[in-house]
Design a protein around this ligand. Structure first.
Ligand code: AMP
Length: 396
């Protein structure tokens, strides 16, 4: 069976086509700069070189049409006909409280996704554009929505409530939703299988550290807590997002003449590693700068680690001790320095770092020394495969 995974953003559509018999990728690519100058298609068949192509499209429908042409192209395609596709899995950012699992899309589901746009105005509308384009180009093929928030719906009220007047939660849905749920779920189950832990009972902390970052405490497949909130601004220090700050800062800025839009840009685009270092949002640049003695970069790095340790310590206690901690995302999978800074603090939990293993980048490997009570591992995330599995699970 073949599943197409679609991730439609405001100006791009990413896609991956899977053969589910062996869970292999047949081809992948993206259309970018949709609605902007010089849109283009990037396309790669498994094991082959990447091709670039200029397009003259203006919207998501045009992007999907270009992708369809490529999939069945006589020379570069991987299908004889689009009818070979059994299901399409869509990444949808916000499912609110309505969606606690993936669902086959019908008009009621689309209405639900539209309603959740209030909570994710930049993401849910283009996700819907992608869904509707697929309905046009793949008639009769089931579309499945896989929500970034769904896994975190397993949190109990003490995990998701804010200590605000209850009516704000009831009337406006102000609560913690959490994001990166598909990644945390994938990494939890893949990591448990890797270490031989029973996912029905395991106690795990998953650290998704990328340009955006979040951390989740999971027990027996249920989320106890996660660091992102009603929006992805909360929690860890990120590339350009501030993570958790005193909400009084927002009031102070507004009372001092900043508009809500200006505060939005400061907190989302000008803060985090970029804001504190003044150099870059990219951990590679921060590491290079701190290694050459830049103190602002060093402070940004220290703040990143300090915040991460705060969460890990809290989650460890919340879980009543953890069996494992998994690192994933661009930083988690590729930065030995960050992992070492975190793991060397874990000797209090009976965990020692295997320095040789920690040299690894982007591969599944145990980082703790044999005999560690708490095991630590790199578990590369694969959100696309998780979406494909959820989609095929619903349409089989
Ligand atoms: P992601 O959002 O998961 O794609 O992660 C992107 C981030 O991973 C980049 O912004 C970098 O900060 C980080 N990253 C990628 N490779 C490395 C590396 N070798 N060392 C440190 N950070 C890295």
């Amino acid at each position: 069976m073949k599943v197409l995974v679609v991730n439609a953003g405001s100006s791009s559509v990413k896609f991956t086509l899977f053969e589910m018999a062996d869970q292999s990728v047949l081809c992948k690519g993206l259309v970018e700069r949709i609605g902007l100058k010089s849109p283009r298609l990037v396309y790669q068949r498994a094991g082959e070189e990447q091709h670039d192509e200029k397009l003259t499209i203006v919207n998501h429908n045009g992007a999907m049409q270009a992708i369809c042409h490529k999939l069945i192209d006589a020379e570069q395609g991987v299908l004889k006909s689009l009818t070979e596709i059994d299901a399409i899995g869509h990444r949808v950012v916000h499912g609110g409280e309505q969606f606690s699992a993936a669902v086959v899309i019908d008009s009621a589901v689309k209405d639900g996704i539209r309603k959740c746009s209030a909570l994710a105005p930049l993401h849910n509308p283009p996700n819907l554009d992608g869904i509707e384009a697929c309905e046009d180009f793949f008639p009769g093929v089931p579309n499945v929505a896989v929500f970034d928030t769904a896994f975190h719906q397993s949190m109990e009220p003490e995990g998701y409530l804010y200590a605000l007047p209850r009516e704000l939660y009831k009337k406006l849905g102000i609560r913690k939703y959490g994001f990166h749920g598909t990644s945390h779920k994938y990494v939890y189950y893949a990591g448990c299988a890797f270490l031989g832990l029973n996912p029905e009972t395991a106690k795990v902390i998953t650290c998704h550290l990328g340009n955006g970052g979040s951390i989740t405490a999971i027990r027996g497949g249920k989320v106890l807590d996660t660091s992102m909130g009603m929006t992805p601004l909360m929690g860890l220090v990120m590339g350009t997002r501030c993570g958790t700050i005193d909400p009084g800062v927002v009031l102070y800025l507004i009372k001092n003449g900043y508009t809500a839009d200006e505060v939005d840009v400061i907190l989302n685009k000008k803060s985090g590693m970029q804001g504190v270092s003044g150099i870059s949002s990219d951990m590679r640049d921060i590491e290079a700068a701190r290694n050459s003695g830049n103190t602002d970069a060093q402070e940004a790095y220290d703040l990143f680690i300090h915040r991460l340790l705060n969460y890990i310590g809290g989650y460890y206690l919340l879980l009543g001790g953890a069996d494992a901690i998994f690192f994933t995302g661009g930083i988690g999978e590729n930065s030995p320095a960050v992992r070492e800074s975190v793991i060397r603090q874990m000797s209090v939990y009976g965990c020692e770092l295997d320095n040789e293993a920690n040299k690894a980048r982007g591969k599944q490997i145990v980082l703790s020394r044999p005999g560690s009570k708490l095991q630590v591992a790199i578990v590369p995330t694969n959100e696309e495969l998780m979406i494909a599995r959820e989609a095929i699970g619903l349409v089989k």
